[in-house]
Design a protein around this ligand. Structure first.
Ligand code: G
Ligand code: G
Ligand code: NA
Ligand code: MN
Length: 254
């Protein structure tokens, strides 16, 4: 109850910060993009996980201003990061379903890109299957419009919801992120391995890129690379980190 109240002042008092976790090319090992993950530095409780406060912000409606702040801050910071490099790093921002399906989101994206100068091609939005709960058509339309802007959409936590296959069929997404609950078990459970292989093959036939999340061991890295997964993400390569640390990171990981 207290936390819910604190959330209101947290934005005004600048208590949020964004950490970035690298995603690496499965073949070359090079960092190609980062995922923005919000953190709350609570004045008395210390770091609070988004797993705790994002659902709360969704309940209170605070997710709308908070989500906009995260989107803009991530674009500002990665545009700043890119100003010192030859090749642009892409940033993936998690978008709550409530934020994504709300009228006005498209305008927010356009405005943030214009204000921050980040090229649309360097912005990716991560949404989960739950964006479809209130109907697919407006979501498909929004994704098509984003695509014409040059902004990509990735389907996050793939495999944890239901009807995943029809979502894959209907949504104009560019990328699927295999949930880490699958990655965890590909090397030990042959049925999970079959699903993972099937999703990768299917996604490739639909010209989609596949990301495996939660890679923690060499064995998982080798296994997913052998299955032609395109991009890998996980503690094996790097934890989410503040922008200052990201700036010190080598291009080739680990
Ligand atoms: O970073 P961590 O593993 O603690 O994140 C926990 C959960 O919070 C994940 O499901 C992640 O997608 C979500 N999350 C992290 N950052 C953001 C964000 O900026 N916006 C939204 N909507 N969700 C986020
Ligand atoms: O729901 P989403 O996929 O956005 O969640 C991302 C969350 O997963 C982040 O909170 C991030 O900290 C966490 N994460 C990233 N890599 C790993 C990993 O290798 N292992 C585990 N257990 N969690 C990870
Ligand atoms: Na995500
Ligand atoms: Mn995920």
């Amino acid at each position: 109850v207290k936390l819910r109240h604190d959330l209101h002042t947290a934005l005004n008092e600048n208590q949020f910060e964004i950490h970035y976790q690298p995603l690496v090319d499965a073949v070359t090992g090079r960092m190609r993009s980062v995922e923005a993950l919000v953190r709350w530095k609570h004045p008395t409780r210390g770091m609070i996980s988004p797993g705790e406060f994002i659902p709360l912000a969704e309940q209170t409606g605070q997710i709308i201003p908070l989500g906009l702040w995260i989107l803009k801050q991530a674009c500002i910071e990665i545009a700043d990061f890119n100003a010192q490099r030859e090749r642009g790093l892409r940033v993936a921002v998690n978008i709550s379903s409530l934020q994504f399906i709300r009228g006005g989101f498209l305008d927010d994206v356009r405005r943030v890109l214009a204000e921050t100068g980040l090229p649309p091609q360097l912005l990716e939005l991560e949404v989960t299957e739950s964006v479809l709960l209130d109907g697919a058509e407006p979501v498909i339309e929004l994704m098509e419009t984003l695509k014409t802007l040059g902004v990509r959409v990735a389907l996050d936590d793939f495999g944890t919801g239901f009807s995943s296959l029809s979502y894959l069929r209907d949504l104009p997404t560019h990328k699927v992120k295999l949930d880490r609950s699958f990655v965890e078990k590909t090397t030990t459970d042959h049925r999970i391995a079959a699903i993972v292989q099937g999703v990768i093959t299917m996604a490739h036939h639909m010209d989609m890129i596949v990301v495996a999340e939660g890679i923690e061991t060499r064995e998982q890295q080798d296994d997913l690379a052998r299955r032609h997964c395109d991009i890998l993400q996980g503690y094996l390569f790097a934890q989410p980190m503040p922008l200052a640390d990201l700036k010190k990171l080598p291009d080739l990981l680990p």
